[in-house]
Design a protein around this ligand. Structure first.
Ligand code: NAD
Length: 468
């Protein structure tokens, strides 16, 4: 029977499969699964040419079991209520998997950003924020957006500025949104956090002999061939870190097409080529593929879908040659494809774990905004001095003198701490879900991630005394 259905139904299907492994009361499971609130709005945009266009937008808050709720804002023509609710649900389970104390939310505006000037995008973003404020769908303790597909630091700066201008003396208005530019109270390390988290997760799996053995692969990332779909924020940074970590980038798909080179592609050269020509196609030494979707079927060990949902389907899953699929995008694999890949022994690292690096560092940014102090400010010089005196003592005791000035930074600054916190989070979360998978006889990491998340959320409700 075909199991291709809408995105929300697919998320709910994955939830139901996982819920069957728990012994939780059905009423409690229904509450954890339900999307608590959805705000659908329209507002007029006065275009630069004077015409008026009605813009459609949504914000869904899936679960308030922890506050604030958290989730990105997407600009895409594919935005629907179904999609926003599915993405909000994924956020709830994602936060739970990586122990980020937020409920899930998501926002979407149905536009293609390439059709609008910067001024128009600013007007759309500010008006959307204003509408969210009016309905109390945004605020440091209520609901905190972040970047997603089609948005980035510039949109987050407009959101925080609009919010601040209306906050009327509120204490921490900067914490109303994350992914802001550094100068607007953002945090170092947020821009590449999702891609970096993807790298940490993929590297950890590839370094595991136990994980690699059933795939017929040697442990280690070095030399493994990678194909990346989508060279945006997540895809570009994931590709960069994977290549820096020793993997070989053999295929890239973008909106306009796809390119392949089994000997490896120089990522920065591809980016420069795209900036100069407007396309990745025609990159020297690479082969152009007929359709961008064909890149998913290239011969490689690791496939990173980092664009949008429903890319690996029942139709192309039998032809996927990768042994590991790292879901950098949300929902890139349909339920039917998932079942096929499982039968074929392909290891899928699911979105609700693998792309959680973004929300993890967003959490760090929110904490920074609430504390009004940069991470590392208090301890950097103290740590440096302590390490120097330790080196001096070791030198005195052993006669081997190490010049502290020859060593790189001896104290951690904000970026070092963010990277370290992210790495720790991704590795600990992976081991947790691997343990659940092994301990409960589950056959895949998606179900194990959902089970892990559902059990943690259940505890929050049970502590309220409402549910058994
Ligand atoms: P982005 O807008 O920065 O980049 C997406 C890229 O994909 C764009 O360059 C676009 O041209 C390309 N693309 C679109 N359709 C394509 C296709 N059919 N084939 C190949 N390329 C295509 O968006 P992003 O922030 O990188 O988000 C990508 C995915 O990652 C989304 O699913 C998003 O929900 C998810 N995600 C993002 C974050 C984040 O921090 N930005 C966090 C978690 C998950």
């Amino acid at each position: 029977m075909s199991r291709e259905f809408g995105f929300l139904a697919q998320v709910n299907d994955a939830f139901d499969q996982a819920a069957a492994h728990t012994e939780l009361e059905p009423g409690l499971l229904s509450q954890i699964r339900a999307c608590n609130s959805v705000y659908r709005l329209t507002f007029p945009l006065k275009r630069d040419d004077g015409s008026i266009q009605v813009i459609e937008a949504w914000r869904a808050e899936h679960s308030q079991h922890k506050l604030p709720t958290k989730g990105g804002i997407r600009f895409s023509t594919g935005v629907t209520e179904d999609e926003v609710m599915a993405l909000a649900a994924l956020m709830t389970f994602k936060c739970s998997v990586v122990d980020v104390p937020f409920g899930g939310a998501k926002g979407g505006i149905r536009i293609d950003r390439r059709d609008y000037s910067a001024n128009e995008l600013e007007r759309i973003t500010r008006r959307y924020t204003y509408e969210l404020i009016k309905k109390r769908f945004i605020g440091p303790g209520i609901d905190v957006p972040a970047p997603d597909y089609g948005t980035g630091p510039a949109e987050m700066a407009w959101i925080v500025d609009t919010y601040k201008s209306m906050s009327n003396g509120e204490q921490n208005p900067e914490a109303c949104v994350t992914g802001k530019p550094i100068e607007q109270e953002g945090i170092r390390g947020r821009l590449d956090a999702t891609g970096r988290g993807v790298f940490y997760g993929v590297r950890e799996v590839c370094n595991s002999a136990e994980e690699m053995r059933p795939l017929g692969l040697e442990p280690g990332l070095t030399g493994k061939r990678v194909v990346v779909q989508g060279l945006g924020n997540v895809g570009y940074h994931a590709a960069r870190h994977l290549a820096d970590g020793g993997a070989v980038l053999v295929g890239i798909a973008e909106f306009e097409g796809a390119i392949a080179n089994p000997d490896g592609l120089d990522l920065e050269a591809v980016v420069r080529h795209r900036e100069e020509t407007g396309s990745i196609l025609g990159f020297p030494g690479a082969t152009d593929l007929a359709r961008n979707i064909d890149a998913l079927e290239l011969d490689c060990e690791i496939l990173i879908p980092a664009a949008l949902e429903n890319q690996i389907t029942g139709e192309n899953a039998p032809r996927i040659r990768a042994k590991v699929i790292g879901e950098a995008a949300n929902g890139p694999t349909t339920a039917e494809a998932d079942a096929i890949l499982l039968e074929r022994g392909v290891r899928v690292l699911p979105d609700l774990y693998l792309n959680a690096g973004g929300v993890t560092v967003s959490y760090f940014e929110w904490l920074k905004n609430l504390s009004h102090v940069r991470f590392g400010r208090m301890e950097k010089r103290f740590d440096e001095a302590a390490h120097r005196s330790l080196l001096r003592e070791i030198g005195r005791a052993t006669g081997v003198n190490v010049e502290a000035s020859d060593l790189p930074d001896l104290g951690a600054d904000e970026e070092d701490l963010v990277h370290s916190g992210l790495e720790e989070t991704m590795i600990v979360a992976l081991h947790q879900i691997q343990d659940v998978e092994a301990g409960m006889g589950i056959r895949d990491l998606r179900t194990a991630s959902f089970v892990t998340a559902i059990k943690k959320i259940a505890v929050s409700y049970q502590e309220l005394g409402i549910f058994p």
